[in-house]
Design a protein. Structure first.
Length: 263
């Protein structure tokens, strides 16, 4: 996978290699009006900074070595996702939002994070046993989203927790997403939302998903950085929101219990 990213993806996406921030330079991003970058657990700030530098410079083996060092110290998969990978992705997105990097740079960096996540899953081996037929979820990025890292991380967390996960990842269109819920009785659908601008239009989509679902008790969960605001529920009509993958698991359990009670 690393050789594919370095030998195929990167040359096709960027015409010239660009290094990340200089050693010691502050890793900040975002512009006025952008949501603040996700806070990290105390003591992890410098580790996230170093990890992001490795990712932006294409130092994949160093980034992975940092992850494996933490694994050897007993840091769990869930903690690595919540306190390292998610904040790293948020910072990289902030660089792009602030025009410090272009779309190709963002795609390459997120591809590197995707590879790290894949290696972390390989380190763990087999997923936990499935809870049962009721713990089913369809996970997809909102239509028009072009990057899969965020929803892939959410998917990995659900898999590790023993859920039966159907991954749409990137739905090609609104119609494609509606076809998926019309063909199966998913109790919960989780939609990845990366940027605040993607919230526009979700009210109509969520309404269509409910009306078109084979399951009349379908519950809709929105996951992503813009979902830290509880008002998102009122704005979109979703059943629950979660800023992080770990919180999404908790919200999904609540939604599933609610859906099964209504079934």
């Amino acid at each position: 996978m690393a050789s594919v990213i370095e030998g195929d993806v990167i040359p096709r996406l960027v015409s010239a290699y660009r290094h990340g921030p200089a050693e010691g330079a502050p890793l900040t991003g975002g512009v006025s009006g952008e949501p603040p970058r996700r806070e990290v657990r105390a003591g992890m700030e410098s580790t996230v900074d170093l990890f992001v530098r490795h990712i932006l410079r294409g130092e994949n083996t160093r980034a992975l070595a940092l992850v494996r060092e933490m694994e050897e110290r007993g840091v769990s998969f869930e903690a690595l996702c919540a306190d390292l990978l998610e904040p790293a992705a948020a910072r990289i997105e902030a660089f792009w939002s602030n025009d410090a990097y272009d779309f190709s740079d963002l795609t390459v960096a997120l591809s590197r994070l995707q590879w790290i996540l894949h290696e972390m899953e390989r380190d763990l081996g087999q997923d936990e046993a499935i809870h049962g037929v009721g713990h089913r979820v369809l996970l997809a990025a909102v239509p028009a989203e072009r990057h899969t890292f965020g929803i892939s991380l959410v998917s990995a967390m659900f898999h590790r927790a023993g859920w039966d996960v159907s991954d749409a990842l990137i739905a090609e269109s609104r119609a494609a997403l509606l076809r998926l819920v019309a063909e199966d009785t998913y109790p919960v659908i989780g939609l990845w939302v990366c940027r605040p601008c993607q919230l526009a239009g979700l009210t109509g989509l969520i309404d269509e998903l409910r009306r078109g679902s084979l399951n009349p008790c379908l519950r809709v969960l929105l996951v992503g950085p813009p979902c830290r605001d509880p008002e998102t529920l009122a704005k979109t009509g979703a059943d629950a929101v979660a800023e992080t993958a770990l919180t999404a698991l908790e919200r999904a359990e609540d939604l599933l219990a609610d859906a099964l009670e209504q079934d």
